[in-house]
Design a protein around this ligand. Structure first.
Ligand code: PLP
Length: 405
């Protein structure tokens, strides 16, 4: 093995780099987001929350209050575990969802993405197996990859991963990473009965679960079932985020883990960044401490429900026969499967030329990608632009099918 950077990087270091760098690759999404900056391109690619949902006034007032009441504490180094009242808030919020999450097992992180990184560092050595869904969140693959694991893709259906897939995992599989609610990228929810069966299978196989739930509050039809962590607290490491219910630029998330894992996760958090920003933790706590989210989240749901319905209507109007999708009941994404003979990655340049961008689905598979799939975000553009973008996309697919008929 050489110490050079991945061949997909545009620069090569003259210095010897760590072997783990070979498994660090540019995120396809970040690369595609650059295309969306080209003039005239309507982007269905990034999972950027609508900036109109950010509670700017509440944040401004809270920042002012924090800087008036506790300015020196807010600007000082602080505990690695996180701001005590915010940890208490997380604990109470999860208790209402049936999760036993005492505050001393809550760790405040720099976004839930940091939680994924810490889990990888604490749980994975080179060559270990980590189980993931098919497909799964690209950012989790990126976070785990530098630890040089082997990925075992667990087959699934519209209700999520199949429990028998867990039973068939190799001995010693370190954990299974699962997204029960409005999965990124497919948008599907795991129903309650499947959650029970997955937890039972994981318990039998003695494989802990890493449950990632950034989208759970973004439901537009029915509230999703209770978390996996409510079924198996001792075996589930739960990750949450303020990115989709407040604002992603805050970089604020949290994890709740079994007591046995807490000290090592805390030590790896200390090594990574000492602690999450004191100021943003205090401001967010000030905003949410008196039930702000109970009023705020329904306004986000209303907005995104309208955008979701606009995308479903546009897909029905514009997609050629043979395209498949399911209307998601929450989250941010549609998952579209193109007819045979289409490759979503190969079609992307033509789509960008026609003024629309998306993320080819192949990026979300640990192995054996389905190259006919793509992820479309409905939260960034207003309904009229969604309709226009989807129509452009439909035309590109139609033209491709016509020339290859
Ligand atoms: C499934 C999933 N997990 C984690 C994250 C990271 O979120 P955060 O902003 O909390 O770091 C994302 C971001 O889009 C995501 O889709």
């Amino acid at each position: 093995m050489t110490g050079s950077t991945s061949s997909s990087d545009s620069t090569h270091s003259p210095w010897q780099l760590a072997r783990r760098c070979e498994r660090m690759n540019p995120s396809v999404i970040r690369e595609i987001l650059k295309l969306t900056e080209l003039p005239g391109v309507r982007s269905l690619a990034g999972g950027l929350p609508s900036a109109d949902t950010f509670p700017v006034e509440a944040m401004r007032d809270a920042a002012m209050k924090v800087l008036t009441d506790t300015p020196r504490e807010a600007l000082q180094y602080a505990a690695s575990e996180g701001f005590g009242p915010l940890r208490d808030w997380v604990s109470a919020m999860l208790a209402a969802k049936g999760v036993d999450a005492p505050a001393n097992r809550v760790l405040i992180t720099n976004g839930s993405q940091q939680g994924l990184d810490l889990v990888g560092k604490v749980m994975l050595d080179a060559g270990n197996t980590v189980a993931v869904e098919t497909p799964t969140y690209l950012g989790a693959l990126q976070a785990f990859n530098p630890n040089e694991p082997k990925f075992a893709s667990v087959a699934g259906d519209d209700d999520g991963p199949l429990p028998e897939g867990i039973g068939a995992l190799p001995q010693g599989t370190r954990f299974m990473y699962v997204l029960p609610n409005f999965q990124n990228p497919t948008g599907r929810v795991i129903p309650a009965a499947r959650r029970d069966a997955l937890v039972a299978a994981a318990q039998r196989a003695n494989i802990p679960l890493v449950e990632d739930n950034p989208y759970g509050e973004l439901w537009y039809d029915d509230e999703p079932p209770k978390p996996l962590a409510s079924r198996w607290a001792e075996g589930t490491l739960y990750l949450g985020s303020f990115s989709k219910v407040l604002a992603p630029g805050l970089r604020l998330g949290f994890m709740v883990c079994p007591q046995t894992l807490y000290p090592k996760l805390l030590q790896s958090k200390q090594a990574a960044d000492l602690h999450t920003g004191s100021f943003s933790q205090r401001v967010v706590h000030e905003v949410i401490k008196n039930g702000f989210l109970d009023q705020h989240i329904p306004t986000i749901r209303d907005r995104y429900r309208t955008q979701r319905d606009a995308m479903d209507a546009a897909l029905k109007a514009s997609m050629p026969a043979g395209c498949e999708w399911k209307k998601p009941s929450g989250g941010m994404f549609f998952w579209l499967r193109l007819p045979a003979g289409c490759d979503a990655m190969a079609l992307l340049p033509k789509a960008v030329e026609a003024g629309v961008a998306y993320v080819p689905g192949a990026a979300f598979y640990a192995d054996h990608p389905d190259t006919r799939t793509m992820r479309l975000s409905f939260v960034t553009l207003p309904p009229a632009d969604i309709a226009d973008a989807v129509q452009r996309l439909g035309n590109v697919i139609q033209a491709h099918l016509a020339t290859n008929a």
